[in-house]
Ligand binder design. Structure first.
Ligand SMILES: Nc1ncnc2c1ncn2[C@@H]1O[C@H](COP(=O)(O)OP(=O)(O)O)[C@@H](O)[C@H]1O
Ligand SMILES: O=C(O)[C@@H](O)C(=O)COP(=O)(O)O
Length: 422
């Protein structure tokens, strides 16, 4: 059968996050890195397109997303999903709202919901306010995000300036009553203008109730978790046939490389934990890289035993990141590190690495591009929102995982390996 569900994500780690949660139901999920240039043939029932549009200018994000939607429509998709960050990362201009309105116009619908909640990773919404763990979004580390500092926790206030239509809320009290109450509330909010409805969710049970109420809507928007129940709901209602077989992950050679360009608090802890286990690790210093290039990193890599999964990282604490950025410039420092980690990925592949553990959204973009990975099949989840994916690179079967900065436990890098060898 062709595609039934088509999703578009605004960054790469977010796309694997969504794909991993859909694949929990055992369905085959195909992930495309960028919109394919060729028309769809032999597509999966669940297709996710990963874009890099989170902080792009609004017009560019809208153009890229509607192009992706066109491809999914051509693939036969009937239900659509717009995936953004579980911390609603966006600027005052967008891109969450403008993209949603462009998708609504192209799909021909006048109402959609917004549910970035991801309770397993500590993101919950109550009375329209987003919490990260126990902190309101605007008091969490996201208030200092370099590109999209989140200084308000109220999703209605954040979304309203980004859209032309009305913004409303279906709150937790209604969600607690059940799916019929949500449907009724949504019907009551429909009007002459486009209807954008934030929906509260504090626990997985809420997500199941909301998904049940909204599974028939042509377009849903949110983080990954609200999409998690959809495959089973589609199968149960019969709109999707049961012959949609689950994906059998192929065996991969265990030689691995860990590449970390994320500087989040969690990735810093993961790098420290890995090093504390005595793993071989090489730190990229942006100031030395700027003077001497990647030669020393490449020579170090050539001397490593890939069976022991060495780590190359630029991950650093905010003070050193800032110091490097002050000297080199934010974009130049980031770009240089991304290109070095991408070059390390190719070199590691040439040396025999077949498993790639990558930390950081931008870093993941650079590495997947370098490896020529344009279509990934989604396999087992290592941590909530971080699955292993499989593809071919340079004529070899490889496994790759793209970890969002904030996700995974401290032992993520060893857990990732254990998940495949177990
Ligand atoms: N030591 C460093 N100094 C300056 N910039 C860095 C350093 N280490 C990594 N970076 C850059 O910071 C950015 C991290 O972003 P990203 O990979 O998306 O991680 P996250 O998912 O945590 O946001 C990348 O552009 C990366 O190249
Ligand atoms: O929804 C989420 O939190 C993630 O899927 C995500 O999008 C994270 O983005 P990065 O932190 O930039 O990797």
């Amino acid at each position: 059968m062709g595609t039934y569900f088509g999703a578009i994500a605004d960054d790469f780690t977010g796309a694997t996050d969504l794909a991993g949660l859909l694949a929990r139901s055992g369905v085959h999920v195909s992930l495309r890195i960028g919109t394919p240039e060729t028309p769809p043939v032999e597509t999966a029932a669940f297709e996710v397109i990963a874009l890099k549009s989170r902080t792009a200018p609004v017009a560019e994000a809208v153009a890229e997303t509607t192009k992706a939607l066109g491809w999914l429509q051509a693939a036969g998709a009937q239900r659509f999903f717009w995936k953004y960050c579980s911390t609603f990362d966006s600027t005052a201009e967008g891109n969450i709202g403008p993209v949603a309105e462009a998708l609504m116009a192209q799909i021909g619908t006048d109402q959609t919901i917004y549910c970035p909640a991801f309770p397993e990773n500590g993101r919950s919404i109550f009375m329209g306010n987003l919490f990260v763990g126990q902190q309101p979004l605007s008091e969490s580390p996201l208030k200092d995000h370099p590109l999209t500092p989140m200084r308000d926790s109220n999703l209605m206030r954040l979304l309203a300036p980004q859209v032309t239509g009305r913004v409303d809320l279906v709150d937790r009290l209604t969600v607690a009553v059940g799916a019929d109450a949500i449907r009724e509330a949504l019907a009551g909010l429909r009007g002459e203008s486009l209807s954008h409805v934030i929906v509260d969710a504090v626990a997985n049970e809420d997500l199941f109730t909301i998904a049940e109420a909204c599974a028939g809507m042509p377009l849903l928007t949110g983080g990954s978790a609200i999409a998690m129940p959809l495959p089973l709901l589609y199968l149960r209602s019969g709109v999707l046939s049961g012959d949609n077989k689950s994906y059998q992950a192929p065996d991969t050679d265990p030689r691995a490389i860990v590449l970390s360009g994320s500087c989040s608090a969690m990735t810093n802890a993961q790098v420290a934990h890995y090093k504390a286990q005595g793993r071989a690790a090489y730190q990229l210093d942006p100031l030395i890289l700027a003077k001497e290039g990647p030669g020393a990193a490449m020579s170090w890599l050539a001397g490593q035993d890939l069976a022991k999964s060495p780590l190359i990282y630029a991950t650093a604490k905010p003070e050193s990141v800032k110091a490097a950025q002050d000297i080199l410039g934010v974009d130049q420092a980031g770009e240089m590190i991304e290109q070095t980690l991408a070059a390390c990925a190719i070199e590691a592949r040439n040396l025999g690495a077949r498993r790639f553990i990558v930390a950081g959204g931008e870093t993941s973009g650079a590495v997947t591009k370098a490896l020529g990975a344009d279509q990934l099949d989604v396999g087992p989840e290592i941590a909530p929102g971080v699955p292993w994916c499989f593809c071919h690179s340079g004529g070899h079967q490889i496994a790759i995982t793209l970890k969002s900065g904030n996700f995974g436990q401290e032992d993520f890098f060893t857990e990732a390996q254990a998940k495949l060898t177990a």
